[in-house]
Design a protein around this ligand. Structure first.
Ligand SMILES: Nc1ncnc2c1ncn2[C@@H]1O[C@H](COP(=O)(O)OP(=O)(O)O)[C@@H](O)[C@H]1O
Ligand SMILES: [Mg+2]
Length: 355
């Protein structure tokens, strides 16, 4: 059964269908997913429930939140090229030969493209399930193994030859400092005074060396962009790929693993720092812990991204019903005070290299 779509989506779907249809059997939209940066439409051949392709349509830049990474995304054609380059590179690595969806068609006139559909669930959706009351040790160890493989995957992407066409993602120390100051100014007074925030500010400020742009970065390597099927990771969303410091992807992954909002607010066990540290350890093991420990900007970047993430999380609370706001803010605040401090302390070995 097809879903209802607006005109813009409908015209891209019919353009995609015209390109993909074989033997006169058209493709129809069976599901639409929307993120802050795009609409993704799942396409199945008529009469078939399971999608074969996804169509990714960009949202206009003005509709993307000013704080979102997507603000700095590649053009649609460049993202399509980037997927092709990464998919070809991983096709040569047996362990990850199918870990990136293959590009299928660029629809230039529609500012859209089609890729293979990846069956599975995102790591973001799996995390809270694998750690609730019902979870068993086996699901935790399966999750650890997925995180390890994600680390191996990212380590390989960072070794990939740098494509000529990619932009450099400038890492200016002054700009990082401004980002962390701006983030702190958005936090509530009571959160600003906590030990965790003071430590993060100190870590962000205590860095004077230039940050080197020297690897092919994914640019948005986080649990929402990693799909898992049969214990294997599949990586999507190359819209912010660029040449940058390896620390960027590592720090971003770590921060997003630790701060899935509703887990924190609902007190889900996955918000527990011990659990997150365990998964992050597995991820860094896969990446190569000693390699990561030699990256000088890892700790300062974790600090900056954590501050930005907390600011964004508190900002979201202002869109909740008035009655819920104080409760949710108090929970977030408590998490910062108690769990975040513990989390940061348990991570020290990642940048010092000492176990
Ligand atoms: N190849 C795919 N297979 C299955 N689902 C996908 C695929 N590509 C994207 N999606 C779904 O659409 C969402 C948004 O796609 P993504 O490329 O991450 O866009 P954005 O740049 O907006 O984050 C993803 O989080 C995922 O749920
Ligand atoms: Mg995404």
């Amino acid at each position: 059964m097809s879903v209802r779509t607006n005109d813009l989506v409908a015209s891209s779907v019919s353009a995609a269908s015209a390109e993909l249809a074989s033997a006169g059997n058209p493709f129809v939209a069976v599901r639409v997913r929307e993120t802050s940066g795009s609409k993704v439409i799942y396409l199945a051949s008529r009469g078939n429930k399971s999608p074969a392709y996804v169509l990714k349509l960009r949202k206009p830049r003005r509709l993307i939140p000013a704080t979102a990474r997507k603000r700095e995304q590649l053009s649609t054609a460049a993202e399509y090229d980037a997927i092709g380059t990464v998919a070809r590179y991983f096709a040569g690595i047996p362990q990850f030969a199918r870990s990136v969806p293959r590009p299928v068609r660029l629809l230039k006139d529609h500012d859209a493209f089609v890729t293979e559909f990846i069956e599975g669930r995102s790591l973001k959706d799996i995390l809270p399930l694998a750690t609730g009351l019902l979870s068993r040790a086996s699901s935790r160890s399966a999750l650890r193994s997925v995180c390890y493989k994600c680390g191996v995957w990212l380590g390989l992407q960072h070794q990939m030859p740098i494509p000529d066409s990619l932009p450099s993602r400038a890492f200016d120390l002054e700009r990082l400092r401004q980002k962390s100051d701006a983030a702190v100014s958005l936090l509530p007074e009571s959160t600003r005074g906590t030990t965790a925030i003071r430590d993060l500010r100190a870590a962000a400020d205590d860095y004077a060396r230039p940050i080197t742009d020297d690897v092919t970065c994914h640019g948005d390597f986080q649990p929402g962009n990693i799909f898992v099927r049969d214990g294997e990771p599949f990586v999507i969303d190359f819209g912010t790929m660029g040449i940058g410091p390896a620390e960027d992807d590592l720090a971003f992954f770590l921060v997003l693993m630790a701060t899935q909002k509703f887990r924190i607010v609902l007190g889900n066990a996955a918000g527990d720092p011990r659990f997150t540290v365990d998964l992050c350890d597995a991820f860094f093991d896969g990446y190569g812990s000693s390699r990561a420990a030699q990256l000088p900007a890892l700790k300062p970047l974790v600090a900056v991204y954590m501050l930005e993430r907390l600011a964004a999380m508190f900002d979201t609370t202002s869109r909740l019903p008035r009655i819920a706001r104080p409760v949710v803010r108090a929970r977030l605040n408590r998490w910062v005070e108690r769990d975040l401090t513990a989390f940061l302390r348990r991570l020290e070995h990642l940048w010092t290299g000492r176990s």
